[in-house]
Structure formats: C-alpha cells, structure tokens
Design a protein around this ligand. Sequence first.
Ligand code: FPP
Length: 267
Amino acid sequence: MVLEKINSRKNDDLSKRIDKNKLPEHIAIIMDGNGRWATRRGLPRSFGHKRGVSVLKEILRTSKDLGCKVLTVYAFSTENWARPTKEVEYLINLFNVVLRNEIEELHQESIKIKFIGDLTPFPDSLKNIIYSSESLTKNNSSFLFNICVNYGGRQEIVKVAKELALKSFSGEINPSEVNEELFNSELLTQGIKDPELLIRTSGEKRISNFLLWQLAYSEIYISDVLWPDFNKFEFLKAIIDYQSRDRRFGGIESLSNESFEDSQYSS
Ligand code: FPP
C-alpha cells in the first residue's frame, strides 16, 4: 500500500514533465525479456509471458490516457515459430485467452484492435476470436491498438513488391508509377501514420525484423528493463527522452543556407 502510494507519486511527478503538445502519436514496442525475467527467478518462461500481458495492459491504458493515438506491439514474430512447440502453443493460447477476457472492456473504451501479420498458420479458434475482435471494434475511434503476430518486416516488403509486380503485369499500374506513396498503400499498416517512437525493452539494440519500412525515421529508445518489469514510470521516461530529441529527418533545423560556411571544408 505504501509502495503503491510512492509509485503513484513518482508517476505523477514524471507525468508533469510531459509536454502534451509534443506527444508521439504512434508508439511501437518490442516487448523483450519475458523469458529472461522468468529464468532469473527460476520460473518457467511462460510466467514471463503471463506477466508481460499485465504490463501491456498498463502501457496501453497509459498511452491512451496521455493522449497518444496508436500503439503497435510485436507479440509474435515470423522467427518465433523456431521456439519449442510448448512455448509456441502457450503463446497462442495466451493470445486466445487474453483476447476473450479483455475484448469487451477494450471495446467499452472505444479502442480499435487490429492484428498485423499472416494469420494463416494459427488455429481456427484464435483466428475466429481475432476476426470477431476486429469486427466488434472496427468503428471505435479513440485509440488504435495494433498487435503484430506472425509478422516480419522483410516478409511484408516482399508482399508489397509482389502486389505491385502483379498490378504492373496486369496493366493496373504502370511500373514507372511505383513510388513511396503507392508502396505505402500496399503495406499491412496502410492508412496508419508511421511510429514516431520505437521502444525496445531488455537492452537489446536491434530492430529484429519489426516494421522495417515504417521505422525509417522513428526515434529509438532502448530500455534496459525486462518487459515484465516495465511499467508506467519507465514508459513515461521513454516519452520524456523522446521529447528531448531534435527530430530533423535528415535536414538541419537551426542552420540556414546563408550561414553555411563551405570554406571550412575547402583546403
Ligand atoms: C519476447 O520475450 C516476448 C514475446 C515473444 C511474447 C510477447 C507476448 C506478450 C507479452 C503477450 C501479449 C498478448 C497479447 C494478447 C497481445 P522473449 O520471450 O523473447 O524474452 P527473452 O529474450 O528473455 O527470451
């Protein structure tokens, strides 16, 4: 109880430092470290995934309450099939159970759910709950929650290349018309603004095949905290760090053409 009060005060203090006018609209997260969290405690890896769900719920609510618009999480990559069958089955069952338990509340909160990835290999029971969740929440407009499952960034880019090649072949488009806009329109995230901020937990400094196209200009925040220990406080820290960045998109903000001294580069 005392600890809860202290944590709540720490969160309030940090919340006050957030500039509501400079919020990232779209945040993407690689939730990493579930297995290590459990192993370090002598527990089966599944405990880390289970606890990871509670953290996800807290971060989803926090980002919505702050005023962000979209949260995209990497829940299962195309590479995750290489894990032991028992762990894969556990994760599939976890998605199923969590969705069934949470969907009504998410809907009440006007959250729209979208699954991104190739759903084909998943069992019908999971596919059915995914389709019904997407359908139930499709008109919700207060927040978009994207869950990437059996998702791979390279696979997505290949899919787009194939679609565009087919359209060129059938004469629907002229190959010379292919540009970033057309490419965007074939992505699984079409219509969704690219993430301004990518958070990865557990200290790993990799993108791991996540949203390769969409993260081109995103700010990256690496937290050393393992996902099951991540919380509102750590999330607010990530946003404050993001707000301190100078986002230039390859340009320069403070130097005008006139003030550029090329003499410093001439011999
Ligand atoms: C990475 O940690 C985590 C995952 C592969 C699974 C993440 C899934 C959840 C938190 C459940 C989400 C649920 C819904 C319904 C969206 P890891 O296992 O790779 O950890 P390690 O690197 O320490 O082994």
